[in-house]
Design a protein around this ligand. Structure first.
Ligand SMILES: [Fe+2]
Ligand SMILES: [Fe+2]
Length: 614
């Protein structure tokens, strides 16, 4: 063993003062030379320190020190030294193994940490930035770039997804290279193997040069280079990561002049670690891309659903989108207020997304409401007023015929006088006037405004009037359904129709409950379910009260009412001006129906500007 050490030329024997004389011959016999023990810092291992009996070892070096007895014969000294040297070599081996184990453990921990961070990052740009920064830190690299495979007119290419350079700012530019053997990244992806270059300008035989284009553009010198393919879970190469210029010190900025002294080669042990991170990164990017496409798919589906609802009732086109913009705007404003009941309300990104979907789909249940109710613009259903009008014309003719007959009979009789005939004309006029009054009352009652008292009582009287048809059968002037519709006090829907209209909320809830939302989105059905509830319990369908209604829903309700009032495109309902709409909302809030504080934020922060027509 000593021979082996001697041959390696690395063995040191340090002699404390007063011991050298006794060891010269023994050392020579072993083919070693003693060095006088000096500064403890200068001690090179493997080594043995020979001390006089009782002498203290330099700090931290006790385990390689020996103290031979003063009277030990040369043979014993030789044996002692031999064992000590063997021990020293073994201890060094152990230390190296321990160091290696520690390093591997650190690497393992580091890879674990990176793996967790990679799978947690949702933002693709940040994800790529994190990958490059971590790789640079682990290898002391000055620059790094991430290339992803894409297809351009059926030709596979690599595009530069992200890049960093510690010494130069803003080196990123959208850039593509073909997947071929002419560029280092192209070569790496084509071969599917990692490439270590000591000098990018002098690549190993048969491999492409690197860095020259970049260097010419930025006044840089690319020297050492490590390029690693990225493989996804199918083991397909989906891109590459390139690290350039490993440095002695991480925080040194390079110039063309300092490259030679500061830049070193990438170490072979870097390779395995970077390859491992590159593959984790590939999987993370793949996952993220997959998630993005699922998200896009779902957004498309939601958009299509919204279009489906709004196409059934073109007069509400854009309503869901506007409610979404208003509610999101209000929610952001609420998270910014520092005083009041809601000063501590903070919504996460996920909660904002949840709220957006709830708003977009809040009225989706209208697909379950029959169309004639959904778009009912007057109290009577279409065609009904025309039927009444025809009936009135018939009655008018009948009245005219009746008085004409009466007149004829009077003329035929002997005692007819002018006064009598004029009296018949007056009664005819009176009856026709009454018919016109009634019909006007019907036409105005048909409008979706609040029904005035006098019109209501006139309808009441009319409903008891009858007329006789051609075959002599008696009919009411207004049938029960016509009377019921025309007697609607407010809006255009009777009790039954109103219930069907209101059922859209329950339909929305049932529909939304059928979607297997991710856990962070599971609040959507409940948020949408409450959008017609009022804080005082007068809303529908459940008559919830303030504490039972989520704040998200309270915000949506304000936006929903505001948009319903101000919507420009409803032919049967004039849009209410902004000021009046806010007044109506404030009246509702003062009556304890809407959340006052949220409405104040809505008004003072001018959330309504978000949907103002420009
Ligand atoms: Fe609704
Ligand atoms: Fe709505």
């Amino acid at each position: 063993m000593i021979d082996a050490v001697k041959a390696a030329g690395g063995f040191h024997v340090y002699l404390a003062p007063g011991t050298d004389g006794r060891f010269g011959a023994v050392l020579a016999e072993l083919g070693l030379e003693g060095t006088a023990l000096g500064d403890a810092e200068a001690i090179a291992t493997p080594a043995v320190i020979v001390l006089a009996p009782g002498e203290a070892a330099p700090e931290g070096l006790e385990d390689i020190a020996i103290r031979p007895p003063a009277d030990a014969p040369p043979a014993a000294l030789r044996e002692l030294l031999r064992v000590a040297l063997q021990n020293s070599v073994l201890k060094l081996d152990v230390r190296q193994l321990e160091e290696q184990a520690r390093r591997q453990h650190r690497q393992f921990e580091e890879l674990n940490r990176i793996g967790i961070a990679l799978s947690a990052e949702r933002d693709i740009d940040k994800l790529q930035e994190f990958i490059l920064t971590t790789m640079r830190q682990l290898t002391n690299a000055d620059g790094a770039s991430l290339w992803l495979k894409t297809v351009d007119d059926d030709v596979p290419k690599l595009f530069l997804a992200s890049s960093q350079n510690f010494s130069i700012d803003n080196t990123y530019q959208a850039f593509k290279v073909p997947v071929d053997e002419k560029s280092v990244v192209g070569y790496t992806v084509t071969m599917g193997t990692s490439q270590i270059y000591d000098d990018a300008y002098n690549p190993p035989p048969g491999k492409p040069q690197g860095g020259r284009g970049f260097d010419a553009q930025y006044g840089y010198r690319t020297k050492s280079m490590l390029t690693v393919p990225m493989r996804n879970y199918n083991n397909e190469v989906v891109g590459a990561v390139q690290l350039i210029n490993a440095k002695r010190r991480f925080d040194v900025k390079l110039t063309v002049d300092t490259v030679e002294q500061e830049v070193v080669s990438f170490r072979p042990e870097d390779l395995e670690m970077i390859e491992s991170i590159a593959s984790q990164a590939a999987v993370a990017i793949d996952n993220k891309t997959l998630l993005d496409s699922i998200q896009a798919l779902f957004d498309g589906f939601v958009q299509a659903s919204v279009t489906a609802i709004e196409q059934r009732d073109p007069t509400t086109a854009g309503h869901s989108g506007r409610v979404e913009r208003l509610t999101s705007g209000l929610a952001h404003a609420v998270t910014e207020v520092a005083v009041g009941k809601y000063r501590d309300v903070r919504l996460t990104e996920e909660q904002f997304k949840e709220l957006r979907y709830a708003c977009l789909l809040h009225d989706f249940g209208k697909v379950g409401v029959r169309e004639h109710i959904l778009i009912k613009a007057k109290k009577l259903v279409p065609g009904q007023l025309e039927v009444i009008q025809a009936r009135f014309e018939f009655v008018q003719r009948s009245v005219q015929v009746k008085y004409a007959t009466e007149k004829l009979e009077a003329i035929r009789s002997d005692n007819a006088n002018l006064e009598q005939l004029l009296e018949i004309d007056r009664r005819l006029e009176e009856d026709l006037r009454q018919l016109r009054l009634w019909f006007d009352a019907i036409a105005s009652a048909n409008e979706p405004t609040v029904l005035p008292e006098d019109k209501a009582s006139m309808l009441e009287v009319l409903s008891r009037q009858t007329y006789v048809d051609m075959s002599g059968r008696e009919h009411p002037m207004l049938d029960p359904q016509e009377f019921r519709f025309l007697s609607i006090r407010k809006g255009t829907l009777d009790e039954q129709e109103r219930l069907e209209m209101e059922s859209h909320v329950t339909h929305s809830f049932h529909f939304l409950s059928k979607i297997p939302w991710t856990p962070i989105m599971r609040g959507i059905p409940e948020i949408a379910y409450g959008h017609h509830e009022k804080l005082d319990g007068t809303g529908y369908p459940r008559g919830l009260t303030d504490p039972q209604i989520p704040i998200q829903t309270k915000m949506m309700t304000i936006s929903d009412i505001y948009d319903a009032l101000t919507a420009q495109d409803r032919p049967y309902k004039r849009a209410v001006p902004l000021e009046r709409a806010l007044d109506i909302l404030h009246e509702e809030a003062n009556a304890g129906k809407l959340d006052k504080e949220l409405l104040d934020i809505f008004a003072t922060r001018r959330i309504f500007d978000l949907t103002a027509v420009r």
